[in-house]
Design a binder for this molecule. Structure first.
Ligand code: GLA
Length: 734
């Protein structure tokens, strides 16, 4: 068993193959955190806990005259509120008497084989061949009857610990839950850096590294979606950590709504990390007998830098999270109509674009926004999901048939969660959107948000969209969500329950996705929220790929895709070749470079193919062929970031096959210096002793040489030019 309880020292022992996690029940029943990190073999770690009489650090009643026990400095596994720990807590609950005290003492635990289950929310599952054990620890507040059940699942070979918490009201008062973290980890020191992935619309997931300083540093979202601004993923690492060395801890939350990821360096230079639903504007009324389930946090530890950490997340998300049957299937190369025609099309125009894309090797034509209602701009018609017969006289079914007759598959854009004020749906059901009565509404892209906390609204959407999916031959769906949520108030919730609306929205969304996506396994779904505004593991549970950003500029994409790759596997990232000058930045980049960058993901095109020259089409055809040839390596191989777009004038990355016999190396020169220094690219992940042939070079070189001395880059490489080449094993060690 990877989980044990050591009675003598009251220690919970959780071990994965290379990591260990320890907590201990204190002599007064509190659950203390002892250790998380590289694998150890000790059982009792008592000596790590230091007890001291410290000024202004209160002592719990049970400690009597012992002034050396205080929650103010001891490392907590689940920090309770109102009992002398003044750091950011794991829980805040308003009791029947109006107080905010929760004193969680361990009253029992359970260890069992297999993964714990989470109702109504995506979570990891045990995959074939995995050893997964679980632990549940019950913490009770004797006075209120409230309890928290901490759940842990240990994925032994995968070096992953999944965690969550469930709140239970076993008392007789109504309780108000204001905060419930999925994971809290207390470190005994604070000599760490914190890395988050922060951005904005059209520039998501920029790599941001900072020193963990005194006080609370909080990142997260209160926009109703996991957001462009911060991703529910972060890293705590040693100051010396880089791609190849240093201890790194990963924190990922399988949740698509408002989240909080905070670090707090306390008065004694210890570090706390909290991860969970964002407490901002959150309150859940829990009646006696009711429970509340927090989403799942996925914790990983790598002793060997960021690359090792990324590999752990790529593997667990690939093997244990994403459900789509398309996960390991080659994804069709698509052409999307958005940047090709925006709202300005009719069937004839779409068919022209589609026909011209055949020469490029495109396999799937995606009709983006503009096909329904009176949708000639983004100011109206969301909610009126009736096909626009002026544009598409034969409907979706007719268009789909014509595309299929050409040999193309058909994909469709939808945005189920939104409604335009100028729509029949809104005129019929003005109370179906989130709004506070008597207050003017805040618009975003001129649209309002449907109230998915309501069951009737969700039922309606399931019916309408299942009808659309079943009404034409559709092989791909792009599910969009195009604004940040505001004016959070639901017509069906009582006034003291409005704080539940955003979480209920997310649960409603999951139910719709359960009933649309999981019931249409034959359709390939792509997530989208103005590009990558909801690029999170919960969405990946339903949708195996996500439109990474509305920014299609290959040079901007280098940073966006670099940041995304820290947590998310390549085959979740949709990336398109678009025209130049680029529509977002005005930059002009060679077509080859655009192809190389888009191949660092699921390759697609988003341009008017009728305007391409014969040479350009031939180049696209070559790109598609190359991509299809290397798809298994790109999608299933190990991913290495060879250089950082923030630190180097060459951004390079590498896909290496599991047996290390083949690698595909891609690079882009982003800043050319005149008569500059010779640059060498050091490879990674090769077999040190084997010999490899580098594409277009004579001779064979050892893996060790290619990784330590590197490959000289051609001096004539121009700014924005890309190179892509293979390195193939020719023989084992001599
Ligand atoms: C969002 C998406 C785009 C496109 C438009 C359509 O911005 O990210 O790719 O689908 O909506 O309105």
């Amino acid at each position: 068993m990877s989980i044990q309880f050591h009675e003598e020292s009251n220690t919970f022992i959780l071990d994965t193959r290379d990591t260990s996690y320890r907590m201990q029940i204190s002599r007064y029943g509190n659950l203390l955190h002892l250790y998380y990190g590289r694998r150890i073999y000790d059982v009792s770690l008592d000596y790590l806990l230091r007890f001291q009489d410290r000024g202004f650090s209160p002592n719990p009643n049970e400690a009597g005259n012992d002034r050396t026990f205080s929650l103010d400095f001891l490392p907590q596994e689940f920090s309770t509120d109102g009992k002398g720990d003044y750091r950011s807590p794991s829980i805040e609950v308003e009791n029947g008497d109006g107080s905010f005290i929760f004193s969680g003492k361990v009253t029992g635990h359970r260890i069992y084989r297999g993964k714990y289950r989470l109702e109504g929310m995506p979570s990891l599952r045990a995959a074939e061949g995995d050893t997964v054990d679980s632990l549940e620890i019950r913490l009770e507040d004797a006075e209120s009857g409230a309890a928290v059940i901490l759940c842990y699942s240990v994925f032994e070979e995968k070096n992953i610990i999944a965690r969550t918490a469930r709140f239970e009201n076993a008392g007789s008062d109504t309780l108000k839950l204001r905060r419930l973290m999925s994971a809290t980890v207390d470190y005994r020191t604070a000599d760490y850096d914190f890395i988050c992935f922060s951005g904005r619309h059209t520039m998501e997931r920029e790599f941001c590294r900072m020193s963990a300083e005194r006080g609370v540093h909080a990142v997260g979202s209160s926009r109703g979606a996991s957001s462009h601004q911060f991703n529910p993923f972060g890293i705590v690492c040693e100051k010396r950590a880089d791609e190849d060395c240093g201890e790194c801890y990963g924190y990922s939350l399988i949740y698509s709504g408002n989240f909080l990821l905070e670090t707090e360096r306390d008065q004694f230079d210890q570090l706390r990390v909290n991860l969970g639903i964002n407490p901002k504007n959150f309150t859940f009324v829990i009646e006696p007998g009711e429970t509340f389930q927090a989403p799942e946090a996925v914790l990983a530890f790598s002793p060997d830098g960021f690359t090792g950490l990324s590999h752990l997340y790529h593997r667990i998300f690939r093997d244990n999270l994403i459900r789509s049957p398309y996960l390991h299937a080659p994804r069709p190369v698509l052409l999307n109509s958005w940047e090709a025609a925006y709202f300005d099309f009719d069937e004839e125009r779409l068919l022209q674009i589609a026909r011209a894309s055949l020469d490029m090797g495109v396999e799937l034509f995606v009709l983006d926004d503009g096909w329904f209602g009176r949708r000639d701009s983004d100011n109206c018609s969301l909610g009126d999901w009736e096909v626009n017969r002026r544009k598409l006289p034969d409907g979706l079914a007719g268009l789909s048939q014509k595309l299929h007759a050409m040999g193309l598959k058909f994909g469709l854009w939808i945005e189920p969660e939104m409604v335009s004020e100028d729509s029949d749906l809104y005129r019929r059901h003005p109370d179906w959107c989130l709004r506070a009565p008597g207050r003017p509404m805040t618009r975003g892209r001129n649209q309002l948000v449907l109230d998915l906390s309501r069951r009737d609204v969700c039922d309606y959407l399931i019916r309408v969209f299942n009808g659309i999916l079943d009404g034409a031959q559709i092989e791909y769906v792009k599910w969009d969500m195009n604004r940040s949520i505001s004016d959070v108030c639901s017509a069906l919730l009582d006034r003291d329950r409005q704080g539940e609306a955003m979480h209920r929205y997310v649960l409603g969304l999951y139910r719709i996705m359960d009933e649309m996506i999981l019931t249409h396994p034959e359709i390939l779904f792509c997530g989208c929220s103005g590009g990558g505004g909801r690029y999170d593991p919960a969405m990946l549970y339903y949708q195996p790929q996500i439109w990474c950003s509305d920014n299609t500029d290959a040079i901007s994409r280098l940073k966006i895709q670099y940041g995304t790759s820290f947590a998310y596997p390549v085959q979740t990232l949709e990336s398109h070749v678009s025209v130049c000058p680029n529509h977002q930045t005005g930059r002009t980049v060679p077509l080859k470079t655009r192809g190389v960058v888009a191949m660092d993901g699921i390759l697609g095109y988003e341009l008017d193919s009728t305007k391409l020259s014969a040479e350009e089409k031939a180049l696209c055809r070559e790109q598609v062929k190359r991509y299809q040839e290397y798809y298994p390596l790109i999608a299933e191989g190990d991913y290495y970031r060879l250089t950082s777009p923030y630190e180097s004038s060459v951004t390079a990355w590498e896909h290496v096959s599991a047996d290390r016999s083949l690698a595909l190396i891609s690079l882009v020169l982003t800043d050319r210096e005149s008569n500059g220094a010779q640059q060498y690219l050091k490879l990674k992940g090769l077999d040190r002793t084997a010999f490899y042939r580098v594409q277009d070079r004579d001779g064979a070189y050892s893996g060790a040489l290619l990784m330590n001395a590197g490959i000289p880059l051609p001096a004539g490489l121009l700014e924005y030019e890309a190179l892509q080449f293979t390195v193939r094993k020719v023989r084992d060690a001599e």
